[in-house]
Design a protein around this ligand. Structure first.
Ligand SMILES: [Fe+2]
Ligand SMILES: [Fe+2]
Length: 236
């Protein structure tokens, strides 16, 4: 039976590491297995989401010897999410795409009833920004052929440029294409304090805060055929 509402749980920026982060002490990635396990348990028990999105930066040190092992540990914990699809994208702190897809196969498009999530793995550019390639701009066009509510899902905040210190080098072009192709909005991570849901020019934008920083929160997005109706914090 068709749903009236689709529920999406959203987690981002786990920054799992074996040791406390002396350069960024607010990142408590050393506690991640337990924080993530509690969050997944809460989503299973109370939230009953249709889809789980994980917005990248699963680990903190992609060059560390243990990087792949820590990624595998995160994959094991995320596999405990019950009865929901899970879409995991790569952030700038994650292992290479080639290695990452062994744990999280890239899902270009995920459809849950009337909601479509179109995922990206964009190249990082200086100052922790990103750029969407010509082929991914073309893919935005191809993946727009869907009669429902469509969201773009990427690690770096895709927003009007003045809204965040991080953005896309070609943000204006992407936003223009979003409007032209009738995308409803963009869901992102990377900016650890997060940005609450806002709407501009009929586009909705949301940046999930980092799970590795206080208050160690995930979110629940409730989506109707009009777009995101509300965002609730999930704190375990
Ligand atoms: Fe991050
Ligand atoms: Fe990041």
């Amino acid at each position: 039976m068709a749903r009236d509402l689709v529920k999406i749980a959203f987690i981002s920026d786990l920054h799992y590491s074996l040791f406390p982060n002396s350069a960024c002490p607010e990142r408590r990635g050393e506690y991640m297995p337990s924080i993530l396990a509690k969050t997944v348990k809460k989503i299973n028990a109370e939230v009953k989401a249709d889809l789980l999105l994980v917005g990248g930066d699963l680990i903190n040190f992609p060059e560390a010897e243990e990087a792949e092992r820590l990624t595998a540990i995160i994959a094991d914990i995320l596999s405990l999410a019950d009865n929901m699809e899970c879409v995991v994208i790569r952030g700038n702190h994650d292992i290479s795409q080639e290695r990452f897809v062994k744990y999280f196969p890239f899902k270009e498009v995920t459809d849950i009833d009337f909601v479509r999530i179109v995922a990206f793995d964009d190249a990082e550019t200086p100052n922790y920004n990103a750029n969407r390639s010509l082929s991914d701009l073309k893919r935005m066009r191809k993946n727009a052929e869907f009669d429902g509510v469509k969201f773009l899902f990427q690690h770096t905040p895709l927003l009007p440029r003045e809204r965040c210190i991080y953005s896309y080098d070609n943000a204006e072009e992407i936003l223009q294409l979003m409007s032209e192709l009738n995308y409803r909005g963009a869901l992102s991570g990377h900016f650890h304090q997060g940005i609450e849901l806002f709407e501009e020019n009929n586009l909705q934008f949301f940046v999930q805060s980092a799970l590795c920083e206080s208050p160690f929160a995930a979110s629940l997005l409730t989506i109707s055929e009009n777009g995101i109706e509300c965002v609730e914090k999930i704190v375990s």
